[in-house]
Design a protein around this ligand. Structure first.
Ligand SMILES: Cc1ncc(C[n+]2csc(CCOP(=O)(O)OP(=O)(O)O)c2C)c(N)n1
Ligand code: SF4
Length: 293
């Protein structure tokens, strides 16, 4: 290797493959979240899951919509796409279809995925696009300073419901199960090691993996005491392949169960779509436009 003064020096021997640590997957950008925000736990758990899998950073894309939780891609050193409110799933689907080799992880809040983005949710699940969708549920719109969200509790007093919420909260785990998601789980941001294991499994799963995370908003709706008291494990001997049992539990649970509710193998969308490739014809715009002449 020539140096600036023209002398030649021996090239350094190639080093062993870099071992990626939890820190490797976090960017130098300091999270702007409030102290105590549950989203810190989700970021750490995700970085831990990626470190367990040793996925090259260039092969991972974090996609989000808008919200405090949707800022997550900034704090990761992988590729990222901070989209528009409610549109993370269509963006992620496009990325995955264009390059199925990428690991695509979607981050969003209960507002982003269950309100403005709710129309996309069942379709991403039923298509079984190979995405990992992590919903950080704090039962409020944190970024816009605490309006009610689709998962807010009955009677919850918020800026937009000063007398209390009067609609029943949506059940994201139940929605994912009945929409056809092939991996459905729940974690808690205050249990980041368990959450990391769930995220690792979600990433490894081939198909649409939905991970519902209770991730409290320390600033506007602090539910740590509530969840510390209400979270519990899935029943002993839980069968992760029994859809009816998973639906029954998700519909009726009084406690907040953590773990993998359900997993099944089903053909994935991006693979099935590529099977049409031999039948596709070259698209010539000028020829196509002649139809309308
Ligand atoms: C089209 C559009 N409508 C509304 C907004 C305002 N807005 C920004 S974030 C947000 C909700 C965020 O709540 P959530 O997704 O639960 O995320 P959190 O901030 O709680 O993490 C809303 C309504 C917007 N940015 N764009
Ligand atoms: S407002 Fe709530 S959700 Fe947003 S960063 Fe602060 S604690 Fe987290």
């Amino acid at each position: 290797m020539p140096t600036r003064d023209g002398a030649t020096v021996e090239a350094a021997p190639a080093t062993a493959a870099e071992v990626l640590t939890v820190k490797s997957y976090k960017s130098d950008e300091k999270p702007v979240w409030c102290p105590g925000c549950g989203d810190f736990g989700v970021l750490s758990a995700t970085a831990k899951a990626l470190a367990m899998l040793q996925l090259p950073k260039k092969d991972v894309v974090a996609v989000s919509g808008i919200g405090c939780s949707s800022r997550t891609p900034y704090f990761m050193s992988t590729y990222g796409f901070h989209g528009v409110h409610g549109r993370s799933l269509p963006i992620a689907t496009g990325i995955k279809l264009a390059n199925p080799d990428l690991t695509v992880i979607v981050f969003g809040g209960d507002g982003d995925l269950m309100a403005i983005g709710a129309g996309h949710f069942p379709h991403a699940a039923s298509r079984n696009v190979d995405l990992t969708c992590i919903m950080m549920d704090n039962q409020t719109y944190g970024l816009t300073k605490a309006q009610a969200s689709p998962t807010s509790f009955l009677d919850q007093k918020t800026k937009s419901t000063p007398y209390g919420v009067i609609s029943r909260p949506l059940k994201p785990v139940l929605m994912a199960l009945t929409s056809g998601a092939t991996f459905v789980a729940r974690g808690y941001s205050a249990k980041p090691n368990d959450l990391a294991e769930i995220i690792r499994r979600g990433i490894e799963h081939k198909g649409f993996a939905f991970i519902h995370v209770q991730s409290p908003c320390a600033e506007f709706f602090n539910t740590y005491d509530y969840y510390d008291e209400h979270v519990t494990s899935l029943p002993e001997g839980w069968n992760e392949h029994d859809l009816a049992a998973a639906i029954n539990l998700a519909a009726s649970e009084e406690k907040v169960h953590l773990g993998v509710f359900y997993e099944e193998e089903r053909p994935i969308y991006e693979k099935a779509a590529r099977e049409f490739e031999p039948q596709t014809q070259e698209f010539v715009l000028e020829e196509y436009l002649k139809r309308f002449a």
